[in-house]
Design a binder for this molecule. Structure first.
Ligand SMILES: Cc1cc2nc3c(=O)[nH]c(=O)nc-3n(C[C@H](O)[C@H](O)[C@H](O)COP(=O)(O)OP(=O)(O)OC[C@H]3O[C@@H](n4cnc5c(N)ncnc54)[C@H](O)[C@@H]3O)c2cc1C
Length: 481
């Protein structure tokens, strides 16, 4: 009998749970095995669509599915709660229940463990950042996106009365990731304001930690269009010009007060950016879960990187220049405790994709590695299949290296099936793999694609439904990649 615990029911955890349940179904002793998912809510949220929630174009309800009926159907146990402690020697997790009834903590024993807890939104890193204890808005959670839409629509009413405003959108710290979501949000704002006839009332600013426009934390990308090499910098530059957005990059936000965003750049120069409305993505760190050995000693140094993400089968410790595709994790198995895996945003990447900078004042300005929903799913799938192998007494053999998988991103620019637009980007591989593609800076530039237009807007909407269908394990879910 094997008991697998999966912490988190986001992209990576939910997919891992479904894939594992499906893999175990094929075993003769399938009744003997148990899958337990721990998640603080009983919903899965399709986070990519929160960009639409944030501009008041979609309700949160339409981004969610209820986990209980799905798990009942496929035989997964759900514990509504937050994991607080993991004891890898004794193989148990302590869970703080969040169902409003159960008294905690609950002890849950396991044979196999998958950490899929995603990021802690680290607003605390920048004084004044965030909707809870600060002055800026966010679109990273359903509540944040709802609050953002509420404030945005209030300002819209003020603009209608003749008010002018400055909106600042981007990243709220030098080490942020998820620039793509902020890019979508600023584009959606531009088009929404334009449709309302209010665009001339708003000064739209892009503020980010990217080393170059269009970097997106993935070191940008390039695609060959006949004799021309078109780059993500060209794309961002053209879009910002077309949308009349003023970009400011290479910036680390040091503080935010009610009226001013304070930032520092590569040269150590300090900037003050007045604003009326700001949506700044926070930096991410690992969830506050304690890992303790059998003597109660903290295992953080052994198991986690300094940001609190769990180390897996990557080659850690190489410099930016030395790091290459083969150093990226493949099976997502922890190398100290082989029955533990970490997937999605919860695994520790071995380094940066975009070149990190340290300002002349000693401040690190370095976009962290983004992991999209699809990448998170692939890592969850690899870990789930590896657990299934180990349950059958075999070694992990399923891989999903970011240096060997394609990245697909559809950035919504205007959400409409008639007049909409989106930017569809495909790259291979996600992480530059110079060993595989030495001539073209580590990527296959010929297979890279960038398309702008209405087709992308349809595709983005289809993805919303396809992912929700798949992650609810509905008929033929396995056919959806
Ligand atoms: C605004 C926004 C827009 C985005 N747009 C896109 C996009 O267009 N396309 C795309 O591919 N990606 C997009 N992403 C990225 C995508 O959302 C992430 O890649 C994905 O959510 C990561 O999946 P995950 O499973 O690692 O983490 P999450 O989805 O964050 O899931 C983590 C889960 O773990 C739970 N959890 C946390 N702590 C604990 C604990 N202690 N115990 C138990 N459970 C816990 C959380 O409640 C959550 O349910 C976007 C992200 C944001 C913020």
């Amino acid at each position: 009998m094997a008991k697998t615990i999966i912490l988190g029911a986001g992209f990576s955890g939910q997919y891992a749970a479904l894939v594992l349940a499906d893999a175990l179904k094929a075993l003769k002793d399938k009744e003997q095995h148990e899958i337990i998912v721990v998640n603080p809510t009983t919903n899965f949220t399709y986070i990519p669509s929160l960009v639409w929630v944030g501009v008041g174009q979609m309700s949160v309800k339409r981004t969610q599915i209820s986990l209980k009926p799905v798990y009942k159907r496929v035989g997964i146990k759900l514990i509504q709660g937050l994991a607080t402690e993991v004891h890898p020697d004794e193989q148990y997790v302590l869970v703080d229940p969040r169902d409003g009834e159960t008294q905690g903590p609950i002890r849950v024993d396991y044979d196999f463990f998958i950490n899929a807890t995603g990021p802690h939104l680290n607003f605390e890193a920048t004084p004044g950042l965030g909707p809870e204890n600060g002055h800026t808005f966010s679109i990273c959670t359903p509540d944040h996106a709802t609050q953002t839409a509420k404030r945005y629509l209030e300002i819209v009413e003020e603009l209608k009365k003749g008010r002018q405003a400055t909106f600042v959108i981007g990243t709220g710290h030098g080490t942020c990731t998820c620039q793509g979501a902020a890019f979508e949000f600023i584009s959606l704002l531009h088009n929404d304001l334009k449709d309302r006839g209010l665009r001339d009332k708003v000064n739209l600013k892009w503020l980010s930690n990217e080393p170059a426009l269009g970097d997106f934390g993935i070191d940008g990308f390039e695609t060959q269009m006949g004799p021309i090499t078109f780059t993500s910098q060209d794309l961002a530059d053209a879009l910002y010009r077309d949308y009349d957005i003023a970009p400011q990059i290479r910036s680390h936000v040091t503080k935010v007060d009610e009226k001013i965003i304070y930032a520092e750049d590569y040269e150590g120069h300090k900037n003050e950016i007045p604003y009326d409305f700001a949506m700044l993505i926070p930096p991410f760190k690992g969830k506050a879960i304690r890992y303790l050995d059998k003597n109660g000693a903290d295992l953080a140094d052994k198991l986690l990187n300094p940001a609190g993400f769990m180390k897996v089968d990557a080659v850690y410790g190489k410099s930016y220049e030395e790091l290459d595709g083969p150093d990226w994790p493949k099976t997502y198995q922890n190398q100290v405790y082989k029955n533990m895996f970490a997937v999605g945003i919860a695994f520790a990447p071995p380094g940066f994709m975009s070149k990190p900078y340290v300002s002349s004042k000693g401040t690190t300005i370095a976009p962290a590695i983004p992991r999209t929903g699809y990448t998170s799913e692939l890592t969850g799938k690899a870990a789930a299949l590896n657990v299934a192998e180990m349950i059958q007494g075999r070694e992990p053999c399923h891989t999903a290296s970011m240096a060997e998988t394609a990245g697909m991103c559809i950035a919504s620019l205007k959400n409409s099936l008639i007049k909409g637009s989106a930017c569809t980007i495909g790259i291979y591989p996600i992480v530059r793999n110079r060993k595989q593609f030495p001539e073209t800076s580590g990527r296959d530039v010929k297979s890279a694609t960038v398309e702008l237009g209405l087709a992308g807007a349809w595709f983005k909407r289809v993805l919303h439904h396809a992912f929700l269908h798949k992650l609810a394990g509905r008929p033929m879910w396995k056919l959806i990649p």
